[in-house]
Every structure is written in C-alpha cells, then in structure tokens.
Design a protein around this ligand. Structure first.
Ligand code: SAJ
Length: 414
C-alpha cells in the first residue's frame, strides 16, 4: 500500500523541511503545529524559521497545493512526529510534547497507518508513544499487543541533519530506521525511500533511539577533549591550534576544535538522555558535558584578567550565534558569555554579529551592535566567540595594540 497522504506533526527546524521534501515528491502533505502563527505563515507560502532554500521549497509546495498546514491532526496514511524533546529540571528528558502529539493523532488513526517518531528521544520513547496511542484507541491493535499483525505500524527514525545544510542532508544522509517489529521497519523504509537517496538501514526502535544519542554524545565528548586541551595549553603556554594541527597529522588522530562552549539544541542536550538512563555507567559522557558547560565561565575569567589593565576597558564580542555562519542564537555560549560581560562592564561592550539586524532582548540597551570595522577601532579587548567568515579576513595589523582573546583560533591561529 502506498502513502498518498503524509502528515508531519511539529513544523520546526526538522518537521517543516521534511514536510516540504515530501511535498516536492508530490505527496499530499498536511503539516500540523500548535503554533497558529506558524500555521498561518506556512499557509501563505512563507516560513517562520531560517534555513537556506527552505523558503522557495515551501512556497512552491503550498502554491502547487501539495502542502497545507493545520493546527489539529487530520487523517493520513503516515504520521511523522517531529516535536521538541527538551530536558526538564535535573536534566530529565521531557516527553510531554511527544505525549501531546500522540494523543492528538490517536483519534484520526485508522487500520494500516504508520506512525514514525523522528524527535531525538531517550531509549524507550517509541514504546511509550505506542502505549499512549493504544490507550486512546482500544479499538485498534498496536505492535506491543499484536506484533507483526498490528493494525498500526510504529517506528523510530531519528533526524540527523546539520542546521544550515538541512535540505541537502535530508536527502543525502543515510537513515537508521528502528521499527517496533520488522514489518514496521519495512513500512517506514518504504516511506523514506520516496525522498532519501542515502541508505535506509533497518534495526529495532531502541537501537535507533540509542544510535542518535550516541552520535551526538560522541561529538560532545570529542569537543570536550578539545576544550580540555585548550585549557591545559593556556596553562602551559602552548598554542592549542598549532598543537591540534600537528597532532592531527598522525593518521589515526582527528581532534575537533576548541571553542567557547557547546551550543545548539542537540549536542548539549542529548548526552543527558543517556546519563538519565544509566547514571552510574555514563561517567565519561557526564564529565564531557560538565567540561563543555564550564568553558563559558573560563572564557569570562580570561576576559576579566585581560581587562584589568585598562581603566575603562571597551570589549568587542565577535559573534553571538551558536556556530559559524548562521543566525541561530538559541543555547549559544557566545550569547551567554556576552550577557555575563554586559552585566560586569555596563556600557562598554560592543557586539559584532553580521547575521542579525537587532540585538536580542537580553542585550538590548546594554550593549551596542556595530560593524566589525568600528569594533576593531574602538575596542581594547577583542573577544572572538564565533568563527563567522568575515572575521577570518581581519588584518592582523589592526590587532597589534589590542588584547585578543580568540576562543575559535581565527586571529591567534598564526
Ligand atoms: N563545536 C565545537 N568544536 C567543534 C565542532 C562543534 O566547539 O569542533 C560546537 C559548535 O560551535 C556548536 C556546537 O559544538 O556550538 C554544536 O555544533 P555542531 O556543528 O557540532 O552540531 P549541531 O548542533 O549543529 O548539529 C548536530 C549534528 N550532529 C553531529 O554532527 C553528530 C547533526 O548531524 C544532528 O542532526 C544535530 O546535532 C541534531 O539535530 O541532533
């Protein structure tokens, strides 16, 4: 049975591009979001998030009649759940969005439907999603009750796309698909193969959940290693960037880059889901989180030490985004550091962020958003927080009389 109508629940950074890609393959797509503003924006053929080329794709999908947004679920042949999974107090995973989505989908489910959880989730979340739906629909059977004969097929297929490259990676990346039964996996593969050019690899739901958490934890642990090396090198007066370049000449060494901390909504969150599931065993993963979370404090202390030599130091923060060449400030260590600095150096902080037009509310009236040239001319301390392209072209002559604290190895890279 083919999938004529596909519904995507949650139209954020993952759900909207996924909905648009299905629509581009001429599926009838119903996008569902509780945010009425997002629904209205999409139905006008516009978008409410920033991702290269997404605006054109959504505009085409809506005007050609393949994509439509709604605020409550409607019947479909496949449902993809792409809602947030943040952590609550004590780094506990918060599954309330998945629960709400499951209960909202349940009334429109019919025999033969497929439900796929795409949200990054702790191990066991797919089974819980199935349980919530089964509770609401005792007239249908689910894999936990009827195995291969179930009316509803359920799988986990975590997204793995890199913000800024979502549309290319959605199509090209391999997908790990974990069904609650082998038939569930195969149904989900049939769905994804309509746009995925990478390989679709089948496994079970728990392994697929853990696979996504493992990928992001692997990256977090490796960034923590780089961050720890940078602190050790500062103490021993060694240029960490040169050190890493040299060590990476070894054929089996590939150290990542230190920075001001780890931002975004994935790498700094997902490892906690493993820690929560296995608190006694996940020692390295927990420590890596602490090492990375501690880096902003370390950067602030360095700035304070450097600023002491000036009576009224002017500090230029280069970059606010959570990584290079994007405008996304969410969970950004650069923003957290700048916020802290404006509290300590009121009226003396300049911000250069080429990807935004106005300062975020937390900095409004407390710092001045300015051009790179002006900041370089006025500041005593230059603090590089993000490796945006324009910062790489700064003439070293302009930095000669300045104190430079370069958390990304752009200017001090030598
Ligand atoms: N960072 C460093 N040093 C590095 C690499 C990154 O400090 O060498 C920092 C970045 O500056 C940023 C943070 O880490 O603050 C995260 O950036 P990122 O580029 O590593 O990852 P995200 O959060 O944009 O996307 C990740 C990706 N996961 C992996 O690469 C394993 C992406 O494929 C996932 O789909 C995404 O998380 C997600 O949604 O889970």
């Amino acid at each position: 049975m083919s999938f004529e109508v596909v519904s995507v629940i949650g139209l954020g950074y993952i759900g909207l591009p996924t909905a648009a890609v299905f629509a581009a393959r001429r599926k009838q797509v119903i996008g569902v979001d509780v945010n009425q503003h997002a629904v209205d924006t999409i139905n006008r053929g516009e978008i409410h998030i920033v991702e290269p080329e997404l605006d054109m794709l959504v505009h085409a999908a809506v005007t050609q009649g393949y994509l439509r947004a709604a605020s409550t679920p409607e019947p479909a042949d496949a449902f993809l759940v792409a809602v947030p999974t943040p952590f609550a107090d004590g780094y506990k995973p918060d599954l309330s969005y998945i629960e709400a989505a499951s209960r909202a989908i349940a009334p429109v489910l019919k025999k033969g439907d497929l439900v796929v959880l795409e949200s990054t989730s702790p191990v066991g979340a797919t089974e819980r999603m199935a349980a919530w739906m089964a509770e609401a629909r005792p007239d249908l059977t689910f894999p936990q009750q009827a195995g291969e004969n179930s009316d509803i097929r359920i799988a986990h297929c975590p997204e793995r796309v890199l913000p800024g490259h979502v549309l290319r990676e959605l199509v090209e990346n391999d997908r790990v698909i974990g069904g609650m039964t082998p038939t569930c996996s195969e149904r989900a593969r049939d769905l994804y193969q309509c746009f995925v050019r990478g390989e679709c690899i089948l496994t079970d739901a728990r392994t697929a959940e853990m696979c996504k958490l493992t990928e992001n934890s692997f990256r977090d642990v490796n960034i923590a290693f780089a961050n720890e090396m940078s602190v050790i090198c500062d103490k021993l007066d060694i240029n960490v960037w040169e050190l890493i370049r040299l060590a990476n000449r070894h054929p089996r060494v590939n150290i990542l880059q230190p920075g001001p901390g780890v931002g975004g909504h994935c790498i700094a969150v997902d490892p906690w889901f493993i820690v929560d599931s296995a608190p006694e065993q996940a020692r390295l993963i927990r420590t890596a989180r602490h090492v990375n979370d501690d880096k902003p404090r370390y950067v602030i202390e360095r700035v304070e030490r450097a600023a002491k030599r000036f009576k009224e130091p002017v500090i230029a923060c280069l970059g606010l985004a959570f990584k290079a060449n994007i405008d996304d400030l969410r969970e950004s260590p650069a923003l957290a550091i700048t916020r802290e600095l404006v509290e300590r150096y009121a009226g003396q902080v300049l911000v250069v962020e080429p990807n935004i037009g106005t300062l975020p509310a937390a900095l409004e009236g407390k710092a001045r958003l300015c051009e790179l040239n002006d900041a370089l001319a006025e500041a005593d301390v230059i603090l590089v927080l993000v490796d945006h392209e324009p910062f790489k072209r700064v003439d070293p002559v302009r930095l000669q009389a300045k104190v430079v604290i370069d958390t990304r190895g752009l200017l001090a890279n030598g």
